[in-house]
Design a protein around this ligand. Sequence first.
Ligand SMILES: Nc1nc(=O)c2c([nH]1)NC[C@@H]1CN(c3ccc(C(=O)N[C@@H](CCC(=O)O)C(=O)O)cc3)C=[N+]21
Length: 311
Amino acid sequence: MAAETIDGKGIAALVRAEVGVAAQRLTAAGQRPGLTVVLVGEDPASQVYVRNKDRAADRAGFRVETRKLPAQTPQAELLALVAELNADEAVHGILVQLPLPGGLDADAVVRAIDPAKDVDGLHPDNVAALWMGTPGHRPCTPSGCVELLDRTGIDIAGRNAVVIGRSLLVGKPLAALLLARNATVTIAHSRTADLAGLARGADILVAAVGRAELVRGNWIKPGAAVLDVGINRGADGSLVGDVAFDEARERAAAITPVPGGVGPMTIAMLLRNTAAAAARRAGLDAEQVFAEARLIAAERSASAAGSGLAR
Ligand SMILES: Nc1nc(=O)c2c([nH]1)NC[C@@H]1CN(c3ccc(C(=O)N[C@@H](CCC(=O)O)C(=O)O)cc3)C=[N+]21
């Protein structure tokens, strides 16, 4: 039996609709969520991605701006921009698109961001909060992965999770999130011995290495959930994940496609982190704001379906 394809695009749209409801409430409370994206240089892939973020934030009712700087921007100038955004009351979230062009110190830039505005969850204070289990911004792609599992009804507690990839942006924080949800977590990487054998023990298998179709069908434990974080561009311009999808879906119970899987969730969770920052500024409990927004969004979509609007 072929796996269920996890509809990341659809689930991301749901999350964005909920965040949109929260944004209305926050705007009424005087804290319209504001997101500033900083894009240094001309990387074409980054430009597409930044445009998608802009549009999603705009549709959710956020104030959003992209600050574009030339690739030759000096470090001091970038740090000065971050300081300006830290001080700007209208800005709740700051995202500096990575990687930065050569010559710029990304680590120093991320450290300069006010942790409360670090909606990427990459500031050392937020990394520490993640591993300590205290409040803070969680990185967007990993929290999007957990959200996909939750909204697909896939249990995490007590299950074996194997995360292939150990980046600061995805692999390590995702391992921490799955551990916090009581999975038994293994982080695998390029030096792991018998990667295929290890993967075959995974109830939840995550591929986040950026190598097209590294994970083959016979690496999949029958009935496993497979999350494909890879976005690799083929020679013909098409997108390919880190998982050989057609093979894997013959054994998995559920699997994310590329595109339309984890990618759209990254943007949805970025909006959610930004709205959470705005909620905190308004003196509100972000989790409560989202819980209420979720109910309202569900009512709205039910009544839209009832009146035929959804069709
Ligand atoms: N500070 C920082 N934070 C990031 O989160 C960050 C970053 N820098 N630099 C680049 C990577 C990449 N990334 C993606 C997010 C969404 C899609 C996405 O929406 N993908 C869609 C469409 C893909 C397409 O058509 O190109 C999909 O998979 O279906 C892709 C890639 C966030 N990143």
